[in-house]
Design a binder for this molecule. Structure first.
Ligand SMILES: *Cc1c(COP(=O)(O)O)cnc(C)c1O
Length: 433
């Protein structure tokens, strides 16, 4: 840790939250250099839906490397790329009646978003894009412009332009229909908002505090996009690849988005990989107009293909995610009821779940107490007020129970320690209201 503190930039963050040196991992367990085990309810921020080092994904990779398979391939044609494209079509797209061209935009999520934004602007000839309050789309300038968080936005150092932020479902309170609000701006001759190239949406906002949009809201947004000829981009980087149950988070709403961004758990192994899926008529790129050195991470293609084959040949994983998600929901719901002075509400979908603390510091304190007890959980939301549960989708019921136990203990410990402060803070808040 001294080396990290001495040499690594102050921008580092997770190693501050979990101050130990990790040495190995398997499934839902991380091990540190003292041999201490940690139950991982963070899953690489959603990059490890199938757990750490799943043998069915790692074995084909080891085999690929051992026989001298291609590792770096730019966008050259390679065996692993062809196999990935064929498997994506056979296991994911065709069974869902979805037709997309696949763009390899570079290895990270924000690369997939930048490609989507650029293409929507090119196709429509318009320059503005609508993003939503509390959205998170990545750290490069285009993605950051459609991200809500003001601390992250300030980091840009330049104006983040050509975007309009609109209220996500519920942002203005339950009495306001935010789709009506949005459409009023699109049709008004004097709204001051130009017709955008695209709308970009997370169907369940992850970093923004675990906010699931209702299926009806998502469908009505898709309808607005269709009627006004606006490209609809779904950012499924964190909540795709089965996180909410189905492979794509938008399947339950029955929409057919124009562009879909995938990354995080796409490779299945934690290796960097991303795709931007485009409706064929939108594929107006010139060859090489958008490129990048690391678009052909063949090691990631190998594990991605293995993951599609292993987990998406049937509905077993999807069904299991819904079932285990309901268990997490029930647990968090009980926790919120039991400690309603501490928690405002539990929310989420599938296996992305959160519980909002009334006093933001409490969420971080509980996460820290959980770490001391061997559980890795993070916080989300504009003030880090939401404790976020994101276990690997393959977590066992016994592991879930163990995690719940540690979390309950951590809540009690924080209540003991902060109890009086929390009550005081809440009273201060009451008075302010
Ligand atoms: C993580 C994330 C991104 C950015 O991905 P990076 O790989 O960190 O660039 C974009 N959108 C969503 C919804 C994410 O969760």
């Amino acid at each position: 840790m001294q080396t990290i503190e001495r040499f690594e930039s102050a921008v580092r963050s997770y190693c501050r939250d979990w101050p130990t040196v990790f040495t190995s991992a398997r499934g839902c367990t991380l091990v540190d250099d003292d041999g201490r085990q940690y139950l991982d309810f963070f899953a690489g921020a959603g990059a490890l839906n199938y757990g750490h080092n799943h043998p069915d994904l790692i074995e084909p990779l080891v085999e690929h490397l051992r026989r001298g398979g291609i590792v770096h391939g730019l966008d050259m044609a390679t065996g692993p790329k062809i196999e990935f494209l064929e498997r994506l079509d056979a296991r994911v797209l065709t069974p869902r009646g979805l037709e997309y061209k696949v763009q390899f935009p570079g290895p990270t999520g924000t690369n997939a978003v930048e490609a989507a934004l650029k293409l929507a602007r090119k196709v429509t000839g318009r320059d503005r894009v609508i993003g939503f309050t509390n959205a998170f789309h990545g750290m490069t300038l285009g993605s950051l412009a459609v991200t809500g968080n003001s601390m992250k936005r300030r980091g840009a150092g330049v104006p983040l332009g050509n975007v309009d932020s609109m209220p996500f479902e519920g942002f203005l309170g339950d009495d306001h229909d935010t789709i009506e609000f949005l459409e009023a701006f699109l049709v008004g001759d004097a709204s001051g908002i130009d017709l955008p190239a695209a709308v970009i949406l997370e169907t369940t906002q992850a970093e923004g505090g675990i906010n699931p949009a209702s299926d009806d809201w998502v469908r009505r947004l898709a309808d607005v996009c269709r009627r006004h000829d606006i490209v609809m981009i779904i950012d499924d980087i964190q909540v795709g690849c089965g996180r909410t149950g189905p492979f794509f988070s938008f399947e339950r709403a029955g929409i057919d988005p124009d562009i879909v961004c995938l990354s995080k758990s796409l490779s299945g192994s934690g290796l960097p990989m991303a795709v931007t899926l485009l409706k064929p008529h939108l594929d107006v790129w010139e060859p090489g107009e958008h490129n990048g050195t690391f678009r052909g991470n063949n090691a990631a293609f190998v594990t991605a293909t293995a993951a599609l084959e292993r987990f998406w040949s049937d509905d077993e994983l999807s069904d299991d995610v819904v079932r285990k998600g309901d268990r997490i929901d029930a647990y968090l719901g009980d926790l919120a009821t039991e400690h309603d002075g501490l928690f405002a509400e539990a929310r989420g979908r599938g296996m992305i779940r959160g519980i909002e603390a009334r006093v933001p510091e409490a969420a971080a304190a509980i996460a820290a107490a959980a770490f001391e007890r061997g559980l890795i959980v993070e916080t989300a939301g504009p003030n880090d007020e939401v404790l976020k549960l994101l276990p690997p989708l393959v977590v066992s019921d016994a592991e879930l129970d163990r995690g719940f136990g540690i979390l309950s203990e951590s809540v009690e410990a924080v209540l003991d320690r902060l109890g009086d402060d929390l009550v005081a803070a809440e009273e201060a808040e009451e008075v302010a209201r």
